[in-house]
Design a binder for this molecule. Structure first.
Ligand SMILES: Cc1cc2nc3c(=O)[nH]c(=O)nc-3n(C[C@H](O)[C@H](O)[C@H](O)COP(=O)(O)OP(=O)(O)OC[C@H]3O[C@@H](n4cnc5c(N)ncnc54)[C@H](O)[C@@H]3O)c2cc1C
Length: 446
């Protein structure tokens, strides 16, 4: 029997704890988390704020009681301040303020990430918010219910910024989306798809301030934010929602453990760090990125859960390896669904990978199917040297999630674009065309 300490009990930690206690009941599992809730689904934040779902109740799938019913000893509102990796000890400040030292045989770091905060003048003004915790969502929800709050600037046009811009617009607010890059969603899609989403958002009344860098927040006499000053403009606001990225919470171990360029713990495919018996999972750790065949940082709940499962087995001496990830993700704004996995034409340049692309646009089903038959667009990225597929992007009002899963598998299995052209894809008018867009994009590849 080992004593396993897990620091952090959100998506990664919860998956790890559940897996250990469901499969290896003989171990003692002690959990510390500084928050007061477990398993908040941040993906529901924009839906709740924009009143697209009735309540926040369904945004949690676990809690202290559930983990304890499996046998874990769970200490909430308990901050781990320090780790002595040589003595295998953690120093914790518990909820009641007392300090304890606890010892472990194996340690799992699941401390996640936090939002990047701009270090500029005025960043301490009132009504500047961030998107991460349930508590953040509660604060934003409360302020948007104040009728005097009408103008909002959303900083950062990644998935979260774009989702929240839509949510605020749905509430009837004046929204400006400010982004340093000239494109929205630039990390996930190529220009032609990003442009489509931008046009849709503008059509719905969201103002775009792209290619602008925020330089200062200017307040009023009450200390409330009143303007966002950028290198090009001065935007009048009543509130700001900043979503410009995340940094890993790795302060506990970054001096001792090997880290990635952004200070995420560098782990191998077993989630092992550079110190024996210490594992790292979720947003505080790297992943093995299949599309570049290297470690990378891709902060997603899906990756967090899988890494928690892998770590749990290895901690308990069942040797398993992660099969890697490719950053499969999606967004749905005003009904337009955009899905992406692996490299885009643009991101492949950042990794010095020479690629070719093939694109295709069609109806999902034969033209005689008059209902629920929107356009579908696909762009596939494949290596120039060996023609292996390294990425795919999809856009439609149709639910194309099954297709993006197929491309996730294609990247994992190193499928070539020429093999894809001959893949057995069924035809049936309720679903697709005989010469469907996946086959056609592969057949027409250069
Ligand atoms: C608004 C929003 C929308 C998102 N949408 C999606 C989506 O649609 N799909 C998707 O896959 N991902 C999404 N994500 C990303 C996803 O939420 C994260 O990848 C996920 O939360 C990572 O889980 P984690 O457990 O690794 O880390 P976190 O969720 O960051 O949890 C870390 C935990 O560690 C605890 N902790 C940290 N330091 C200490 C310490 N010193 N002592 C004790 N406890 C500590 C924290 O309290 C926290 O509970 C979204 C994120 C946000 C913010």
């Amino acid at each position: 029997m080992s004593k396993i300490i897990v620091i952090g009990a959100n998506h990664a930690g919860t998956a790890c704890i559940n897996t250990i206690l469901s499969n290896y009941k003989e171990h003692e599992v002690v959990v510390y988390d500084k928050n007061n809730n477990i398993s908040f689904l941040g993906c529901g934040m924009a839906l709740w704020i924009g009143n697209q779902i009735k309540s926040s109740d369904g945004l949690f799938y676990s809690d202290k009681e559930k983990l304890e019913s499996l046998g874990a000893k769970v200490n909430m509102e308990s901050n781990v301040e320090k780790i002595d990796f040589d003595k295998k000890e953690v120093l914790v400040t518990l909820k009641d303020g007392s300090k304890i030292i606890d010892n472990y045989d194996k340690l799992v770091l699941a401390t996640g990430s936090r939002p990047v905060k701009l270090n500029i003048k005025g960043n301490d003004l009132n009504n500047i918010y961030y998107a991460k915790l349930f508590q953040d969502a509660q604060k934003v929800k409360a302020i948007t219910e104040n009728k005097d709050i009408k103008k909002v600037a959303v900083l950062g046009a990644g998935y979260i910024g774009v989702e929240l811009a839509e949510a605020f617009q749905r509430l009837g607010m004046d929204v400006v989306l400010i982004n340093r890059n000239k494109e929205i969603l630039a990390s996930y899609f190529d220009t032609e798809y990003n442009e489509k989403m931008k046009v849709l958002m503008e059509k719905n009344g969201i103002k775009m301030a792209l290619g602008e860098t925020v330089e200062e927040f200017i307040g009023d006499e009450n200390g409330n934010v009143k303007f966002v000053k950028t290198n090009k403009d001065k935007h009048e606001v009543d509130m700001v929602l900043s979503s410009i990225g995340f940094i890993p919470n790795s302060e506990l171990g970054r001096d001792k453990l090997e880290v990635f360029k952004n200070c995420a713990y560098l782990v191998n495919k077993k989630q092992e760090t550079s110190i024996k018996d210490v594992y790292a999972i979720g947003d505080c750790a790297t992943v093995y990125d299949l599309s570049i065949d290297k470690s990378n940082y891709i902060a997603l709940a899906t990756n967090a859960v899988r890494s928690g499962i892998v770590a749990a087995h290895n901690v308990c001496n069942t040797q398993i390896e992660s099969i890697g990830v490719a950053g499969s993700s999606a967004i749905c704004i005003y009904g337009l669904k955009m899905l992406s996995v692996g490299l885009t034409e643009k991101s492949s340049k950042l990794h010095d990978i020479e690629v070719l692309t093939t694109s295709f646009k069609d109806k999902q089903k034969p033209e005689f199917m008059e209902n629920n038959n929107p356009d579908v667009e696909i762009k596939i990225t494949y290596r120039k040297d060996n023609r292996q597929i390294v990425g795919a992007q999809l856009v439609s009002e149709y639910d194309m999630s099954g297709t993006i899963h197929l491309f996730s598998l294609a990247i994992y299995k190193k499928l070539t674009i020429d093999e894809l052209a001959l893949l057995d894809i069924f035809f049936m008018p309720h679903f697709n065309k005989p010469y469907n867009y996946i086959t056609m994009s592969a057949i027409t590849a250069k």
